[in-house]
Structure formats: structure tokens, C-alpha cells
Write a protein that binds this ligand. Structure first.
Ligand code: CO
Length: 214
């Protein structure tokens, strides 16, 4: 059986299981989604967002890209953020990175001439490396540098979130959402919290909005 055929068959079995356990499962979900969480994660197939936190359909609004980044010129992630915060009114935004991330590992190497788009996306990780150059270069092995850059990248994405007008306005208006920076271990399946920014957290003044625009 081909991979995609297996997926379609598994889908039928899954939908049947859901209805057997709860006959109104899909009817209830079809009308409205009211997730309380926005999840920003890596596209890596080994870090499937809902599965690793045992979340059901309807629980999380999800955005995934290479190395779980929120980039200020990326309409994709920013529109997901705006919809989750301003329309769905989520209380929590989670950025979940993972150890041994291929995107992070690649960003510590020279650029690949055959992956021009990926290079541009990973350029932002190289900037995080440059920001923390001293700490990272003090580490003796490449694995240690990847490990630490995975963590620093998650923390930087939390600051990127806090620097958006979307988050600052929601903090001021409705005292939500809380921003969580997490990292997932491929070896043990366990998530560790790295940073937690509650509404109203201190933001460097150069990233704050003036009264008129906030
Ligand atoms: Co990854």
C-alpha cells in the first residue's frame, strides 16, 4: 500500500473510532472552534503538536514552520497570530522548539547553494547565533551549540511575539495572552519550560508602541 493510501484508510478508521466513542463528536466541533491556545512549533515530523500534549481537535490553533519562528516580515505566521489573539481570543501562546532541530543545525553551517529559500528562512537563526555568539562559541562541541541555540531561538521568538503590536495591544486591553517558551526532547518525549512572559511583562522601550498606535 502506498503511503498516501494508508493515510486515507487510517483517516476513515480514526473518524469511525471518534463517532463510536462519542456520536456527536463531529457535529459539536463543526459549528464553532474555541481553542484557548495558539501553538507555534517546528514542522519536524517527530514533533506533532497535538499528539505530544494529548490535545483533541478544537483545543489548539496551530502554526508550524522550520525551526518554529515568528518573523516580522512573514504574513503567514503574523496573520495566524492576529487571528488567534484578536478573534479566537486565546489565553496562551506557546512556542515549542525541539532539541536536535535540523533547521537550527543547518543554520550553524555554511549556506547551501541549492536551498536558496531555506537559507533566507534560516538567516534569522543565524542572527540569533550572532546575538549570542560569545556564549555559543564558549561551548566545546557542535552538539552543545545546537542544543543551546535551540533554547535561545525559542526565547528569541517569545521576545519577537512580545514586540508585536498584536501582543502589546492585547496585553493592554485584555491582560492576555501569556507567552510560553517550551522545548521538546526527541530522546524522552518530555517538554521543558524555558521562559514564561505574563501579560504586562517588561519590554525594552525601543520595542514598545507609543500610546496612539498601541
Ligand atoms: Co525542527
Amino acid at each position: 500500500m502506498k503511503t498516501f493510501e494508508k493515510l486515507l484508510l487510517e483517516n476513515k478508521a480514526w473518524a469511525q473510532d471518534k463517532v463510536t466513542a462519542d456520536p456527536n463528536f463531529f457535529e459539536r466541533l463543526a459549528d464553532v472552534q474555541k481553542p484557548d491556545v495558539l501553538w507555534i512549533g517546528c514542522s519536524d515530523s517527530r514533533v506533532p503538536s497535538e499528539i505530544i500534549v494529548n490535545a483533541e481537535p478544537g483545543e489548539m490553533f496551530v502554526h508550524r514552520n522550520i525551526a518554529n519562528q515568528l518573523i516580522m516580515t512573514d504574513f503567514n505566521s503574523l496573520s495566524v497570530l492576529q487571528y488567534a489573539v484578536d478573534v479566537l481570543k486565546v489565553s496562551h501562546v506557546i512556542v515549542c522548539g525541539h532539541y536536535n532541530c535540523g533547521g537550527i543545525r543547518a543554520a550553524l553551517k555554511k549556506q547551501n547553494p541549492s536551498l536558496l529559500m531555506v537559507n533566507k528562512w534560516l538567516k534569522h537563526i543565524k542572527d540569533v547565533y550572532r546575538l549570542h555568539h560569545q556564549e555559543l562559541e564558549s561551548l566545546s562541541s557542535e552538539d552543545d551549540r545546537v542544543h543551546r541555540l535551540v533554547e535561545l531561538n525559542v526565547i528569541e521568538q517569545i521576545y519577537n511575539l512580545a514586540h508585536t503590536s498584536i501582543i502589546q495591544a492585547a496585553w493592554k486591553r485584555e491582560q492576555r495572552p501569556t507567552l510560553h517558551g517550551w522545548v521538546y526532547g526527541l530522546n524522552d518525549g518530555i517538554i521543558k519550560e524555558l521562559i514564561n512572559l505574563p501579560p504586562g511583562s517588561e519590554i525594552n522601550p525601543i520595542y514598545q508602541y507609543t500610546e496612539e498606535s498601541a
